[in-house]
Design a protein around this ligand. Structure first.
Ligand code: 13P
Ligand code: SF4
Length: 346
Protein backbone atom coordinates (compact mmCIF):
# COMPACT_ATOMS: atom_id res chain seq x y z
CA UNK A 1 0.00 0.00 0.00
CA UNK A 2 1.01 3.63 -0.35
CA UNK A 3 1.19 3.90 3.43
CA UNK A 4 3.69 1.03 3.68
CA UNK A 5 5.76 2.44 0.85
CA UNK A 6 5.83 5.89 2.47
CA UNK A 7 7.03 4.28 5.72
CA UNK A 8 9.80 2.42 3.85
CA UNK A 9 10.96 5.59 2.09
CA UNK A 10 10.96 7.54 5.36
CA UNK A 11 12.84 4.79 7.18
CA UNK A 12 15.50 4.70 4.45
CA UNK A 13 15.79 8.50 4.45
CA UNK A 14 16.17 8.46 8.26
CA UNK A 15 18.93 5.87 8.07
CA UNK A 16 20.77 7.76 5.34
CA UNK A 17 20.41 11.08 7.21
CA UNK A 18 22.65 13.87 5.88
CA UNK A 19 24.22 11.47 3.37
CA UNK A 20 21.31 11.95 0.99
CA UNK A 21 19.41 14.83 -0.55
CA UNK A 22 16.32 14.24 -2.71
CA UNK A 23 15.60 16.77 -5.47
CA UNK A 24 12.23 16.80 -7.21
CA UNK A 25 11.27 18.59 -10.41
CA UNK A 26 7.89 20.32 -10.37
CA UNK A 27 6.56 17.72 -12.87
CA UNK A 28 7.18 14.75 -10.62
CA UNK A 29 4.30 12.79 -9.14
CA UNK A 30 2.91 13.73 -5.72
CA UNK A 31 4.46 10.60 -4.17
CA UNK A 32 7.94 11.79 -5.23
CA UNK A 33 7.52 15.51 -4.51
CA UNK A 34 6.32 14.69 -0.97
CA UNK A 35 9.68 13.10 -0.17
CA UNK A 36 11.87 15.75 -1.81
CA UNK A 37 14.08 18.11 0.20
CA UNK A 38 13.78 20.64 -2.65
CA UNK A 39 11.13 20.97 -5.33
CA UNK A 40 11.66 23.40 -8.18
CA UNK A 41 12.33 24.20 -11.82
CA UNK A 42 15.43 23.04 -13.72
CA UNK A 43 17.36 26.19 -12.86
CA UNK A 44 16.57 26.07 -9.12
CA UNK A 45 17.40 22.36 -8.97
CA UNK A 46 20.78 22.94 -10.63
CA UNK A 47 21.52 25.59 -7.98
CA UNK A 48 20.38 23.20 -5.22
CA UNK A 49 22.56 20.43 -6.66
CA UNK A 50 25.56 22.81 -6.59
CA UNK A 51 24.86 23.69 -2.94
CA UNK A 52 24.16 20.14 -1.78
CA UNK A 53 26.94 18.62 0.27
CA UNK A 54 25.29 15.23 0.67
CA UNK A 55 27.14 12.15 -0.53
CA UNK A 56 24.14 11.07 -2.60
CA UNK A 57 21.89 13.29 -4.73
CA UNK A 58 18.76 11.32 -5.64
CA UNK A 59 17.18 13.14 -8.55
CA UNK A 60 13.43 13.02 -9.18
CA UNK A 61 13.58 14.25 -12.76
CA UNK A 62 14.89 13.21 -16.16
CA UNK A 63 18.34 12.15 -17.41
CA UNK A 64 19.56 15.56 -18.58
CA UNK A 65 18.77 17.05 -15.15
CA UNK A 66 20.64 14.27 -13.33
CA UNK A 67 23.57 14.72 -15.74
CA UNK A 68 23.66 18.43 -14.95
CA UNK A 69 23.61 17.61 -11.22
CA UNK A 70 26.58 15.26 -11.74
CA UNK A 71 28.47 17.97 -13.62
CA UNK A 72 27.81 20.58 -10.94
CA UNK A 73 28.40 18.49 -7.80
CA UNK A 74 31.81 17.51 -6.44
CA UNK A 75 33.57 14.36 -7.65
CA UNK A 76 32.93 12.55 -4.36
CA UNK A 77 29.17 13.06 -4.69
CA UNK A 78 27.07 10.49 -6.49
CA UNK A 79 23.93 11.29 -8.49
CA UNK A 80 21.21 8.67 -8.69
CA UNK A 81 18.22 8.63 -11.04
CA UNK A 82 15.52 6.24 -9.73
CA UNK A 83 14.67 5.09 -13.28
CA UNK A 84 17.06 4.93 -16.23
CA UNK A 85 14.03 5.16 -18.54
CA UNK A 86 13.33 8.79 -17.64
CA UNK A 87 14.66 10.45 -20.78
CA UNK A 88 13.24 13.68 -22.18
CA UNK A 89 12.40 13.16 -25.89
CA UNK A 90 13.23 16.80 -26.64
CA UNK A 91 16.78 16.35 -25.37
CA UNK A 92 17.09 13.41 -27.80
CA UNK A 93 16.15 15.64 -30.75
CA UNK A 94 19.60 17.27 -30.84
CA UNK A 95 22.35 14.69 -30.77
CA UNK A 96 25.88 16.04 -30.60
CA UNK A 97 27.03 14.29 -33.79
CA UNK A 98 24.09 15.66 -35.74
CA UNK A 99 24.73 19.14 -34.32
CA UNK A 100 28.40 18.88 -35.29
CA UNK A 101 27.41 18.27 -38.92
CA UNK A 102 24.85 21.09 -38.88
CA UNK A 103 27.39 23.46 -37.33
CA UNK A 104 29.69 23.07 -40.33
CA UNK A 105 26.85 23.85 -42.70
CA UNK A 106 25.70 26.87 -40.71
CA UNK A 107 29.26 28.22 -40.53
CA UNK A 108 29.60 27.72 -44.27
CA UNK A 109 26.32 29.60 -44.86
CA UNK A 110 27.56 32.59 -42.82
CA UNK A 111 31.39 32.58 -43.12
CA UNK A 112 31.78 36.17 -41.86
CA UNK A 113 29.71 35.72 -38.70
CA UNK A 114 30.70 34.74 -35.18
CA UNK A 115 28.08 32.19 -34.21
CA UNK A 116 27.41 31.53 -30.52
CA UNK A 117 25.61 28.25 -29.78
CA UNK A 118 23.20 28.16 -26.83
CA UNK A 119 21.70 24.95 -25.66
CA UNK A 120 18.63 24.67 -23.50
CA UNK A 121 19.19 22.83 -20.23
CA UNK A 122 17.02 20.10 -21.78
CA UNK A 123 19.94 18.55 -23.68
CA UNK A 124 22.63 15.95 -23.03
CA UNK A 125 26.05 16.69 -21.58
CA UNK A 126 27.92 16.13 -24.86
CA UNK A 127 25.91 18.92 -26.48
CA UNK A 128 26.56 21.23 -23.52
CA UNK A 129 30.27 20.43 -23.94
CA UNK A 130 30.06 21.20 -27.68
CA UNK A 131 28.47 24.60 -26.94
CA UNK A 132 31.19 25.46 -24.42
CA UNK A 133 33.87 24.53 -26.92
CA UNK A 134 32.35 26.86 -29.50
CA UNK A 135 32.12 29.77 -27.02
CA UNK A 136 28.49 29.25 -26.06
CA UNK A 137 26.47 28.51 -22.95
CA UNK A 138 23.45 26.79 -21.44
CA UNK A 139 20.13 28.47 -20.63
CA UNK A 140 16.92 27.41 -18.90
CA UNK A 141 13.37 28.57 -19.51
CA UNK A 142 13.81 31.19 -16.76
CA UNK A 143 16.89 32.92 -18.20
CA UNK A 144 16.82 32.27 -21.98
CA UNK A 145 16.43 35.98 -22.85
CA UNK A 146 19.40 36.97 -20.65
CA UNK A 147 21.60 34.28 -22.18
CA UNK A 148 20.51 35.30 -25.73
CA UNK A 149 21.43 38.94 -24.93
CA UNK A 150 24.80 37.82 -23.58
CA UNK A 151 25.45 35.74 -26.72
CA UNK A 152 24.49 38.56 -29.08
CA UNK A 153 26.95 40.84 -27.29
CA UNK A 154 29.70 38.28 -27.90
CA UNK A 155 28.86 37.34 -31.48
CA UNK A 156 26.73 38.10 -34.54
CA UNK A 157 24.42 35.14 -34.49
CA UNK A 158 22.92 32.65 -32.06
CA UNK A 159 22.26 29.00 -32.81
CA UNK A 160 19.70 27.85 -30.24
CA UNK A 161 18.81 24.23 -29.66
CA UNK A 162 16.82 22.05 -29.27
CA UNK A 163 13.48 23.84 -28.52
CA UNK A 164 12.22 25.97 -31.42
CA UNK A 165 9.24 27.24 -29.40
CA UNK A 166 11.30 28.56 -26.48
CA UNK A 167 13.66 30.00 -29.10
CA UNK A 168 10.86 31.70 -31.00
CA UNK A 169 9.27 33.05 -27.82
CA UNK A 170 12.62 34.41 -26.66
CA UNK A 171 13.38 35.97 -30.06
CA UNK A 172 9.98 37.67 -29.91
CA UNK A 173 10.64 38.98 -26.40
CA UNK A 174 13.88 40.52 -27.71
CA UNK A 175 12.13 42.04 -30.77
CA UNK A 176 14.11 39.77 -33.10
CA UNK A 177 11.30 37.67 -34.56
CA UNK A 178 11.91 39.03 -38.06
CA UNK A 179 15.56 38.04 -37.86
CA UNK A 180 14.90 34.45 -36.84
CA UNK A 181 15.09 31.39 -39.05
CA UNK A 182 14.37 27.71 -38.48
CA UNK A 183 17.12 25.17 -39.14
CA UNK A 184 15.79 21.84 -40.30
CA UNK A 185 18.22 19.20 -39.00
CA UNK A 186 16.28 16.38 -40.68
CA UNK A 187 16.67 17.74 -44.21
CA UNK A 188 19.65 20.14 -44.26
CA UNK A 189 19.94 19.98 -48.08
CA UNK A 190 16.64 21.85 -48.27
CA UNK A 191 17.85 24.70 -46.08
CA UNK A 192 17.97 28.12 -47.72
CA UNK A 193 21.49 29.30 -46.83
CA UNK A 194 20.73 32.95 -47.66
CA UNK A 195 18.11 33.17 -44.91
CA UNK A 196 20.58 31.57 -42.47
CA UNK A 197 23.22 34.13 -43.47
CA UNK A 198 20.80 37.03 -42.87
CA UNK A 199 19.37 35.79 -39.56
CA UNK A 200 20.49 36.79 -36.08
CA UNK A 201 18.86 33.75 -34.50
CA UNK A 202 18.90 30.24 -35.96
CA UNK A 203 16.55 27.78 -34.24
CA UNK A 204 16.94 24.01 -34.19
CA UNK A 205 13.69 22.28 -35.13
CA UNK A 206 13.05 20.43 -31.83
CA UNK A 207 10.05 20.64 -29.51
CA UNK A 208 8.46 19.30 -26.35
CA UNK A 209 5.68 16.90 -27.23
CA UNK A 210 3.79 17.78 -24.05
CA UNK A 211 3.73 21.57 -24.50
CA UNK A 212 3.40 21.51 -28.28
CA UNK A 213 -0.05 19.94 -27.89
CA UNK A 214 -1.52 23.13 -26.38
CA UNK A 215 -3.29 25.29 -28.95
CA UNK A 216 -5.15 28.58 -28.98
CA UNK A 217 -8.45 26.68 -28.75
CA UNK A 218 -7.50 25.63 -25.21
CA UNK A 219 -7.08 29.27 -24.20
CA UNK A 220 -10.32 30.33 -25.95
CA UNK A 221 -12.36 27.56 -24.32
CA UNK A 222 -11.09 28.39 -20.85
CA UNK A 223 -11.82 32.10 -21.36
CA UNK A 224 -15.35 31.30 -22.57
CA UNK A 225 -16.09 29.13 -19.53
CA UNK A 226 -14.27 31.43 -17.05
CA UNK A 227 -14.19 35.00 -18.37
CA UNK A 228 -12.29 36.15 -15.25
CA UNK A 229 -9.54 33.50 -15.60
CA UNK A 230 -5.86 34.39 -15.79
CA UNK A 231 -3.89 32.14 -18.11
CA UNK A 232 -0.28 31.17 -17.37
CA UNK A 233 1.75 28.96 -19.73
CA UNK A 234 5.25 27.54 -20.10
CA UNK A 235 7.46 29.07 -22.87
CA UNK A 236 7.82 25.64 -24.52
CA UNK A 237 4.26 26.25 -25.79
CA UNK A 238 3.74 27.51 -29.36
CA UNK A 239 4.12 31.21 -30.04
CA UNK A 240 0.37 31.80 -30.56
CA UNK A 241 -0.48 30.12 -27.23
CA UNK A 242 2.06 32.29 -25.39
CA UNK A 243 0.59 35.34 -27.17
CA UNK A 244 -2.93 34.43 -26.00
CA UNK A 245 -1.82 33.89 -22.37
CA UNK A 246 -1.52 36.52 -19.62
CA UNK A 247 1.71 35.23 -18.06
CA UNK A 248 4.51 33.08 -19.47
CA UNK A 249 7.36 31.53 -17.55
CA UNK A 250 9.30 28.57 -16.23
CA UNK A 251 7.65 26.14 -13.85
CA UNK A 252 8.98 28.31 -10.98
CA UNK A 253 7.27 31.40 -12.45
CA UNK A 254 4.06 29.40 -12.82
CA UNK A 255 4.29 28.42 -9.13
CA UNK A 256 4.90 32.05 -8.12
CA UNK A 257 1.88 33.29 -10.09
CA UNK A 258 -0.42 30.97 -8.17
CA UNK A 259 1.29 31.57 -4.80
CA UNK A 260 0.82 35.33 -5.26
CA UNK A 261 -2.80 35.11 -6.50
CA UNK A 262 -5.57 36.52 -4.29
CA UNK A 263 -7.98 34.00 -2.76
CA UNK A 264 -10.86 33.26 -5.11
CA UNK A 265 -8.93 34.15 -8.29
CA UNK A 266 -9.10 31.70 -11.19
CA UNK A 267 -5.86 30.60 -12.90
CA UNK A 268 -5.71 28.26 -15.88
CA UNK A 269 -2.31 26.62 -16.06
CA UNK A 270 -0.81 25.45 -19.37
CA UNK A 271 1.87 22.94 -18.49
CA UNK A 272 2.47 19.31 -17.50
CA UNK A 273 -0.51 17.98 -15.54
CA UNK A 274 1.33 16.93 -12.36
CA UNK A 275 2.35 20.50 -11.62
CA UNK A 276 -1.24 21.65 -12.14
CA UNK A 277 -2.38 19.02 -9.61
CA UNK A 278 0.30 20.09 -7.10
CA UNK A 279 -0.82 23.72 -7.42
CA UNK A 280 -4.44 22.70 -6.78
CA UNK A 281 -3.30 20.94 -3.59
CA UNK A 282 -0.81 23.59 -2.45
CA UNK A 283 -3.21 26.52 -2.99
CA UNK A 284 -6.79 25.44 -2.22
CA UNK A 285 -7.78 29.14 -1.87
CA UNK A 286 -7.09 29.70 -5.60
CA UNK A 287 -9.25 28.20 -8.34
CA UNK A 288 -6.56 26.36 -10.35
CA UNK A 289 -7.66 24.79 -13.64
CA UNK A 290 -5.75 22.69 -16.18
CA UNK A 291 -5.62 24.69 -19.44
CA UNK A 292 -5.88 21.39 -21.32
CA UNK A 293 -9.34 20.61 -19.84
CA UNK A 294 -9.83 16.84 -19.82
CA UNK A 295 -7.06 16.17 -22.37
CA UNK A 296 -4.37 15.33 -19.88
CA UNK A 297 -0.88 16.67 -20.77
CA UNK A 298 1.29 14.11 -19.08
CA UNK A 299 5.08 13.84 -19.53
CA UNK A 300 5.87 10.20 -20.01
CA UNK A 301 9.56 10.76 -19.24
CA UNK A 302 8.86 12.37 -15.87
CA UNK A 303 6.30 9.66 -15.11
CA UNK A 304 9.00 6.97 -15.31
CA UNK A 305 10.11 7.96 -11.81
CA UNK A 306 7.78 5.59 -10.01
CA UNK A 307 7.73 5.83 -6.18
CA UNK A 308 8.56 2.11 -6.03
CA UNK A 309 11.85 2.89 -7.81
CA UNK A 310 12.56 5.68 -5.33
CA UNK A 311 12.02 3.16 -2.52
CA UNK A 312 14.35 0.70 -4.25
CA UNK A 313 17.27 3.08 -4.85
CA UNK A 314 17.07 4.41 -1.28
CA UNK A 315 16.89 0.96 0.33
CA UNK A 316 19.79 -0.19 -1.83
CA UNK A 317 21.84 2.78 -0.61
CA UNK A 318 21.05 1.78 2.98
CA UNK A 319 22.44 -1.67 2.10
CA UNK A 320 25.58 -0.07 0.64
CA UNK A 321 24.68 -0.56 -3.02
CA UNK A 322 24.63 2.34 -5.48
CA UNK A 323 22.04 1.75 -8.21
CA UNK A 324 21.28 3.84 -11.33
CA UNK A 325 24.28 6.12 -10.98
CA UNK A 326 24.41 8.92 -13.57
CA UNK A 327 27.96 9.73 -14.48
CA UNK A 328 29.03 12.10 -17.21
CA UNK A 329 32.22 11.10 -19.08
CA UNK A 330 35.19 12.97 -17.56
CA UNK A 331 36.22 14.44 -20.93
CA UNK A 332 32.79 16.08 -21.27
CA UNK A 333 32.40 17.13 -17.68
CA UNK A 334 34.73 20.14 -17.56
CA UNK A 335 33.44 21.62 -20.81
CA UNK A 336 29.79 21.06 -19.89
CA UNK A 337 30.54 22.73 -16.53
CA UNK A 338 31.96 25.71 -18.38
CA UNK A 339 28.72 26.04 -20.37
CA UNK A 340 26.68 25.82 -17.16
CA UNK A 341 28.99 28.23 -15.33
CA UNK A 342 28.56 30.83 -18.07
CA UNK A 343 24.82 30.66 -17.37
CA UNK A 344 25.10 30.59 -13.56
CA UNK A 345 27.43 33.62 -13.67
CA UNK A 346 24.88 35.80 -15.51
P1 13P B 1 11.51 24.25 -16.21
O1 13P B 1 12.91 24.69 -16.52
O2 13P B 1 10.54 25.37 -16.38
O3 13P B 1 11.44 23.59 -14.89
O4 13P B 1 11.07 23.20 -17.33
C1 13P B 1 11.70 21.97 -17.51
C2 13P B 1 10.98 21.13 -18.45
O5 13P B 1 11.28 19.99 -18.68
C3 13P B 1 9.86 21.76 -19.13
O6 13P B 1 9.23 20.88 -19.96
FE1 SF4 C 1 11.02 16.93 -21.87
FE2 SF4 C 1 8.68 18.12 -22.34
FE3 SF4 C 1 8.85 16.20 -20.51
FE4 SF4 C 1 9.94 18.61 -20.08
S1 SF4 C 1 7.76 18.13 -20.29
S2 SF4 C 1 10.89 16.63 -19.66
S3 SF4 C 1 10.68 19.11 -22.15
S4 SF4 C 1 9.18 15.99 -22.74
Amino acid sequence: SEEERTERIERALDELGDDVVVLGHNYQRREIVEHADFVGDSYQLSVQAAEADAKYVVFGGVTFMAESADIITDDDQTVILPSMEASCPMAGMAEALQVDAAWERIEAAAPDDDIVPITYMNSYADLKAFCAEQGGAVCTSSNAHRVFEWALERGDKVLFLPDKHLGENTAHRLGLEDETVLWNPWDPEEQDSESVADAKIVLWDGYCQVHERFDVGHVERVREGHPDANVVVHPECRREVVEAADVVGSTATICESIAEADPGETWAVGTEIHLVEHLERWHPEVNVLPLCGDACMDCNAMRQIDPNYLTWVLEELVSGRERNVIEVAPEEKDLAMLALDRMLDL
